[in-house]
Ligand binder design. Sequence first.
Ligand SMILES: [Zn+2]
Length: 93
Amino acid sequence: MLLIECPWCGKRDESEFSYAGEAHIARPLETGKLSDAEWADYLFMRKNPKGAHREQWLHAAGCRRYFNAERDTVSYQIKSTYKIGETPSEDRA
Ligand SMILES: [Zn+2]
């Protein structure tokens, strides 16, 4: 059984969570000035790394809040979880 730590609720079974895509995707400020290719890149193009990846998760069967996780895509190990807007542990000095 894989446990995922929600920043608000603590460790819960993975079945309570839903993957919500890559984290730290910033919406462009001036969308009207983007070319079709730049807009498509923002909407559809995502990283697919082998190894460390920052992702959004939803605690769907719990507090229903989104949070970020640092997960290894090879081992599935979640290194840390943190609230939206917080700094990942790897970036803290
Ligand atoms: Zn929660």
